[in-house]
Design a protein around this ligand. Structure first.
Ligand SMILES: [Ca+2]
Length: 160
């Protein structure tokens, strides 16, 4: 899996779950169960180049280009759009038609072609991208697989 951006993004936390998340009744809170997620990063380290995976799978990620900064909760990664990645090696992602939930929280400072989460080669059942779908000065959240895509209508690069 490769997490990449060419825009300024503050990534607060990121989770890939195959069995979903237990979300509380509050719209601002969620409970992450490390036993049911494939990987999860809270970016609470605040320094260094390793993002600790809090799942039981131990899939720590290597940070390159991005820097830690103060986030809404603790610390987060600040992507300046030049050379930023969180690379997880040894994990092929969730493939085929297996269900998946990808959760991440970000604030994008501008609109550019970029991916937030991706894994797999451009092959049916292997490729999975969560990326920007550019529409003029706006960008929408787009899910893309080999041979298909779907995107929303909300501008997610609106600096909020
Ligand atoms: Ca950078």
């Amino acid at each position: 899996m490769k997490l990449e951006s060419r825009v300024s993004i503050m990534l607060v936390w990121f989770v890939v779950a195959t069995f979903g998340l237990l979300v509380t009744s509050s719209s601002n809170a969620a409970v992450l169960d490390p036993k049911t997620v494939e990987l999860a990063y809270l970016f609470d380290e605040g320094k260094g180049n390793i993002a600790k995976d809090i799942s039981e799978n131990g899939r720590d990620g290597e940070i390159s280009g991005a820097k830690y900064t103060k986030g809404v909760f603790g610390t987060c990664l600040d992507y300046d759009g030049k050379d930023d990645n969180l690379i997880v090696t040894g994990y092929a992602g969730v493939g085929g038609t297996d269900p998946r939930t990808t959760v991440f929280w970000f604030k994008a400072g501008d609109t550019r072609e970029h991916s937030w989460v991706k894994w797999g080669p451009n092959l049916t059942g292997e490729k999975y991208y969560v990326r920007a779908h550019l529409r003029g000065a706006e960008c929408n959240l787009r899910i893309e697989v080999a041979g298909g895509q779907n995107y929303g209508a909300d501008d997610v690069c609106d600096k909020e």
